[in-house]
Design a protein around this ligand. Structure first.
Ligand code: SAM
Length: 239
């Protein structure tokens, strides 16, 4: 049959087809582990550590989306969480599993797209460090619905994403209009968000607990932190 739009999934599929596949980009990204990519070292995000240390995040079940080589999932497991962590890249998941095995930690790492997941009220924490800003604007709709559904009542959604104004360091200089992504058929390496845009996207289903620039951490620090990112934590609102 000729291409036919019957439902919203057909619209998503049509829009996806206009862009290169994310898997094609991310699969080779992790092949050379010696590249100086800021998030390659096995260190958790400074904001995640702060919320565990402050007693706000108290353990239970966690879901990490776009976990890469697993640094945050591994940290959460060390802190007593039971963690499911997913990424599109087989290479990243193989690296994450090696890291967990070295510490004899049981982390459920699986190579899966976040769009294949349909969890329901299972998790106390959903965490995304740098995945959402690589998703196409229309993909945020099922993505945020899935995260809302994944959380138990009162569960937390933590995230880091690009802040504007950091061209040259891997972060975008300006905020790109969502409509321009489709006009230009590119996200230009990842989308930056203003504080206003983040609140607009998130504050209906979630209540904001924290939204601030990430702290800068140094090479000798045990935690990861670069100022090109926002760090943000949200609590699930009741339906
Ligand atoms: C910037 S990297 C961050 C990796 C990891 N969270 C970290 O901070 O170390 C973004 C990750 O999101 C993953 N990703 C992108 N789209 C995805 C999707 N649809 N499903 C699962 N993972 C995805 C990529 O494979 C990549 O590993």
């Amino acid at each position: 049959m000729e291409k036919t739009i019957r439902n919203i999934q057909d619209v998503y599929d049509m829009l996806d087809a206009e862009f290169r596949s994310a898997k094609q980009f991310w699969e080779p990204f992790y092949e050379d582990r010696s590249r100086p990519i800021p998030f390659f070292p096995n260190k958790p995000d400074e904001n995640l550590v702060a919320h565990v240390n402050s007693g706000l995040l108290t353990g239970g079940k966690a879901l990490e989306l776009g976990c890469g080589p697993g640094r945050n999932a591994i940290y959460l497991t060390r802190e007593g969480y039971q963690v499911d962590a997913y990424d599109l890249s087989e290479t990243a998941i193989a690296w994450a599993k090696e890291r967990a095995n070295e510490e004899q930690l049981a982390v459920n790492f699986e190579c899966r797209s976040v769009f294949e997941l349909s969890p329901h009220a299972e998790y106390d924490l959903v965490y995304d460090s740098g995945c959402l800003h690589h998703l196409l604007p229309h993909q945020r709709i099922p993505y945020l619905e899935m995260i809302y559904s994944a959380l138990r009542p009162g569960g937390y959604f933590g995230m880091t994403c690009f802040a504007p104004g950091f061209g040259g360091m891997g972060g975008p200089e300006t905020v790109m209009d969502d409509w321009d992504v489709y006009r230009e058929k590119s996200m230009k390496g990842g989308l930056a968000f203003t504080e206003e845009k983040l609140r607009y996207m998130l504050e209906e289903p979630f209540e904001c607990v924290e939204l601030r620039p990430m702290k800068t951490m140094n090479q000798e620090d045990a935690e990861f932190g670069i100022p090109i990112l926002w760090v943000t934590l949200w609590k699930k609102r009741d339906a």
